[in-house]
Design a protein. Structure first.
Length: 210
């Protein structure tokens, strides 16, 4: 009876689990997006003279739902490739691909947040996909981008700091395979080795860098 309870409790053991790493990474992005919203307000504070603490708290609360939907949408491919119940999830090439995928996608999302912060003073509204129509006839888009980076160099530094902080917070957490894979590995090991020559089961650790 005790062994059964221990096995049941192990199902809910999140520490060292691949799914815990997934949740941890998404929660960190939520925190960075919320931080970007605070920076947005501080940078454009002059446009909100009637802002009170209660109104700001209400805006931050509503922003949680918006950020969650944006993060889940941006990371949909990343999440799908993390939860697929396949053994190749733990191979090195797959981990490296997911790491770079997570970095690139969320770096673009953070860049969009920072550009929105800067661009608000010119439009007095949050940036949407309509911004692309404003520049569709522009022939020197790269020149404008270079000018933007020079004029708002501090925004570029802030973006780099956010990307680096994201990587530092989730650098090489030691994650282990979920127990179903461990049991499958032991069954496969017993089928390959005769009685008396079976290898002792060991927990294989992998290092996730996203």
């Amino acid at each position: 009876m005790t062994d059964r309870l221990k096995r049941l409790a192990s199902v809910f053991k999140w520490r060292g689990n691949i799914y815990f790493a997934l949740i941890q990474s998404l929660v960190l992005m939520m925190a960075l997006y919320m931080f970007c919203r605070v920076v947005f307000y501080l940078y454009n504070q002059a446009f909100f003279p009637d802002m009170t603490f209660s109104r700001f708290a209400l805006i931050m609360r509503g922003g949680l739902r918006f950020d969650l939907s944006a993060i889940l949408y941006l990371n949909s491919l990343f999440i799908l490739m993390m939860i697929i119940p396949a053994e190749w999830r733990f191979r090195s090439w797959h981990r490296k691909f997911l790491s770079w995928l997570f970095i690139v996608i969320n770096a673009i999302g953070l860049a969009a947040n920072i550009c929105d912060t800067i661009y608000y003073e010119y439009t007095l509204r949050r940036t949407t996909l309509s911004v692309f129509r404003q520049f569709e006839n522009e022939t020197n888009i790269f020149g404008l981008l270079l000018t933007f980076l020079i004029d708002y160099w501090y925004a570029l530094i802030f973006w780099i700091a956010l990307v680096i902080s994201r990587g530092s917070a989730l650098r090489n957490p030691n994650q282990t395979r979920p127990r179903p894979f461990a049991r499958a590995a032991r069954r496969s090991d017993r089928s390959r080795h005769p009685v008396g020559q079976r290898l002792a089961p060991t927990a294989k650790s992998v290092h996730w860098t996203f």
